[in-house]
Design a binder for this molecule. Structure first.
Ligand SMILES: Nc1nc2c(ncn2[C@@H]2O[C@H](COP(=O)(O)OP(=O)(O)OP(=O)(O)O)[C@@H](O)[C@H]2O)c(=O)[nH]1
Length: 435
């Protein structure tokens, strides 16, 4: 499988765009929430300040009326008003004047301004004309303070006295108006905050539906595709490995087995004998190697044809298998020559067994087409307890010599290689000759 850099890039771009859009929306919403909160805090602060200031103005108007009473009473009594009283009244006049200026202009401090609503403007500069009336009221109070003549003082006092009640009522109207506007403003801000909250929730929901969920789907689909590709790659590798293993096994079979009889060939024979020599030496586990050759096989080929010869070779291989144990091994050493390796067997057993095999072959009926083909074998046998040999080549040579002796003795017999005074003697085991 080839990795696809283009599809990786487009996946990366798609995720990056969606992610940036999601982040942008969250940034806008949080900024909006921040400014709403900021404005809400500032508004509630200015509302509280104005309501407080107008309430104080109302209170100061009463204080000034009271101060005027005291001063006038002192005048009537013929004693001058105390310094404390006059300075208190002066302070009250000054404070009320400042409050009147702030409330009517909206200039709460150098950097703090609020817009006056229409009803408030109406209160201060309209029909009620509160600004000018407060101003007049404060002038009268100031003039009362500075007046030395009894008659003037009486005039100012009476004017203050006559106007104070109505002024108080109108100042109260102003306080109520400020309170009302403050509540309305706070209500609006509450609604705005609710709106921002709901908008944020909706926006997040839409982000989930239209941005994050599709983004997850894209990533999931990509991962799934990758996993599937990987799995199919693994399957391909597995199937190729299996094919390779099968091919290797076939190749090994071809290299180590005879294609006609399916028996092991000479190559495996040599390596098998190497290990048997080792076992025989270290653990005294004995084995016998029987060299078997079909008698007059050329005659079989010549009389019945080459295919009949092949058939005989295959049949003989089957017969040898039937006559041997599972842990014995049969090889086709080449041409019409077979090798039988009998494992874990003593000398006597081995020679008896080989003789039985020779007899079984002689007595077997080989039928090819309409022909019954008589068959005998000659064999030479080597047994590991008879020699101290460690080379495969020597063992083959000894077994071959025994076979040659069997042929020489007239065929259809076996000969046993035996050590006698360091020379190989060939014991005559079976002398059945079938010429
Ligand atoms: N059909 C067939 N014949 C084979 C095969 N391999 C070898 N042969 C034949 O086996 C015969 C061996 O002949 P010889 O070596 O003269 O031996 P023989 O005729 O068996 O005589 P002795 O061994 O002396 O008893 C030859 O005719 C070969 O062509 C094979 O794979 N198939």
């Amino acid at each position: 499988m080839k990795s696809n850099p283009q599809s990786h890039q487009s996946l990366y771009r798609s995720i990056r765009h969606r992610y940036l859009l999601g982040v942008l929306i969250i940034a806008v919403l949080s900024t909006a929430a921040y400014y709403t909160l900021l404005s809400s805090l500032s508004d509630s602060e200015s509302t509280a300040y104005i309501v407080n200031l107008s309430g104080r103005q109302r209170m100061l108007s009463q204080h000034i009326a009271l101060d005027a009473h005291r001063i006038y009473d002192a005048m009537l009594a013929g004693s001058p008003a105390s310094d404390e009283l006059t300075s208190q009244m002066r302070r009250n006049i000054h404070d009320m004047e400042a409050a009147n200026h702030k409330l009517s202009s909206g200039l709460l401090s150098e950097n703090w301004t609020v817009d006056l609503s229409t009803p408030c403007r109406e209160i201060y500069f309209g029909r009620m004309n509160l600004y000018a009336r407060v101003d007049t009221y404060l002038n009268l109070a100031a003039m009362l303070l500075s007046s030395s003549r009894h008659k003037d003082a009486q005039l100012y006092f009476e004017q203050i006295n006559n106007s104070s009640e109505q002024l108080l009522t109108d100042l109260n109207t102003a306080v109520n108006q400020y309170q009302l506007e403050g509540e309305q403003r706070l209500n609006r801000l509450e609604n705005l905050e609710l709106l921002v909250w709901i908008t944020t929730l909706i926006a997040l929901l839409l982000e989930i539906v239209f941005i994050f969920r599709p983004m997850l789907s894209i990533v999931y689909a990509s991962l799934k595709a990758q996993t599937e590709a990987l799995e199919s790659l693994e399957e391909i590798v597995e199937s190729r490995t299996l094919k390779l293993e099968i091919s290797n096994k076939k190749l090994k079979d071809i290299a180590t087995h005879d294609p006609l009889t399916k028996l092991r060939n000479r190559l495996t024979l040599e390596s098998d004998i190497e290990s048997l020599i080792g076992l025989s030496k270290t653990h005294q586990i004995h084995f016998a190697l029987c060299m078997i050759d079909i008698d007059h096989f050329k005659h079989v080929n010549d009389s019945y044809g080459h295919q009949a010869g092949d058939y005989i070779l295959q049949e003989l291989a089957l017969l040898l298998k039937q006559e041997t144990r599972e842990y014995d091994h049969i090889y086709r050493a080449g041409g019409e020559e077979f090798v039988l390796v009998l494992n874990r067997i003593d000398f006597k057993e081995a020679t008896d067994k080989l003789e039985r095999i020779r007899l079984a072959i002689q007595q077997n009926t080989f039928i090819y087409g309409d022909n019954i083909i008589p068959l005998t074998i000659s064999a030479g046998i080597y047994h590991s307890n008879q020699f101290v040999l460690s080379k495969v080549h020597d063992i083959f040579r000894i077994a071959d010599t025994a076979l040659y002796a069997a042929k020489h003795a007239g065929r259809n017999c076996i000969r046993i290689a035996q050590r006698e005074n360091d020379d190989i003697s060939l014991a005559k085991e079976s002398s059945t000759v079938d010429n």
